[in-house]
Design a protein around this ligand. Structure first.
Ligand code: NAP
Length: 286
């Protein structure tokens, strides 16, 4: 029986399946989401709900956050009924959102002043990995705090690694998503080149699947293109957010600049669709 009480903030595409893993593992769970309708599913499955981050803090030993961006983090911590309005009591806040190292450093300082511990712990993997507890979790912050919450993180992911001090998890995640953006754009461009030379996408995918660069991501996103299914698992507007964060921490390489410009333009048309919708954008602007 897991007795550590967990509070969860942010029930979007990722937060919902991730928090469900904790319920399945038997942790007492309280959830909070800005839009209340998204709490209904978790409530039906046995979670309690809180009316604000402050109330959630009062009911939990560990608080996990999975929201969009730096702005959302600021509102969860510093809003009127935010986490920093509550009692710290040595509780641990784990921020799993993909945000800047700078906001993590700032919130870690604020947490310390309020008697709270802070870890940045973003994840690699998408909805499918969240639903099967196969996420890769990279953690920035104090080792002793990490060790305390590691069993909780291992309920959500297949691996949880402490990669350095506060903000290091965020920086590692931005490096991964930078590569992800390059790869996604590259895949889209290869599929378009093939199609324009009378090689159907499914044929190229079969070749790729048997080649030295075969990987599950190519299969997943290639099938999305073949099936014309661009429903977001990871939205195009969120990869733009991440490329801007990468730029802000020093990404100034040729591919980095190109990827940001291309995904930004694509996001104006397809921002709420999956990042592989860059295929549609590039195909139509060819
Ligand atoms: P999402 O479906 O858009 O969910 C965003 C969540 O953030 C919702 O719960 C939303 O609340 C909340 N939120 C946004 N602005 C807020 C604010 N100002 N105050 C309070 N709550 C706010 O996004 P997601 O795909 O789950 O992604 C969540 C995070 O994980 C992002 O940082 C993303 O980059 C990262 N990530 C995503 C994936 C993926 O494949 N999707 C993979 C790895 C990491 P409402 O419901 O009220 O809007």
């Amino acid at each position: 029986m897991n007795t550590m009480k967990i509070g969860w903030i942010g029930l979007g595409l990722m937060g919902t399946p991730m928090s469900q893993q904790l319920l399945k593992a038997g942790y007492p769970l309280t959830v909070y989401n800005r839009s209340k309708d998204k709490e209904a599913g978790l409530k039906e499955q046995g979670a309690n709900t809180a009316s604000s981050p402050e109330e959630l803090l009062g009911q939990s030993d560990i608080i996990i956050i999975m929201v969009t961006d730096d702005k959302a983090i600021r509102s969860v911590f510093e809003g009127e009924d935010g986490l920093l309005a509550g009692e710290g009591d040595g509780k641990v806040i784990i921020n799993m959102s993909t945000v800047s190292p700078a906001i993590s450093k700032e919130m870690a300082q604020q947490c310390m002043a309020h008697g709270l511990s802070y870890l940045d712990a973003p994840v690699s993997g998408s909805v499918k990995q969240a639903e099967t507890a196969q996420l890769v979790i990279m953690v920035g912050g104090e080792k002793s705090v990490f060790e305390k919450v590691k069993p909780v993180l291992e309920t959500i992911g297949k691996v949880a690694l402490n990669v350095g001090d506060t903000g290091a998890g965020n920086a590692a995640k931005l490096a991964i998503n930078t590569l992800l953006s390059f790869y996604t754009q590259g895949l889209a461009e290869a599929l378009i080149l093939a199609k324009n030379n009378e090689i159907e996408p499914q044929v190229l995918l079969e070749l790729l699947g048997n080649s030295a660069i075969a990987n599950p991501y190519t299969k997943l996103k290639g099938e999305a293109v073949v099936n014309n299914n661009f429903k977001a698992a990871f939205s195009l507007k969120n990869i733009v957010k991440d490329l801007k964060l990468s730029r802000d921490i020093g990404l100034a390489t040729p591919l980095g600049k190109t990827a940001l410009a291309t995904f930004e333009a694509a996001s104006q048309k397809h921002g709420d669709e999956d990042l592989i919708a860059i295929y549609k954008y590039l195909d139509n602007s060819n």
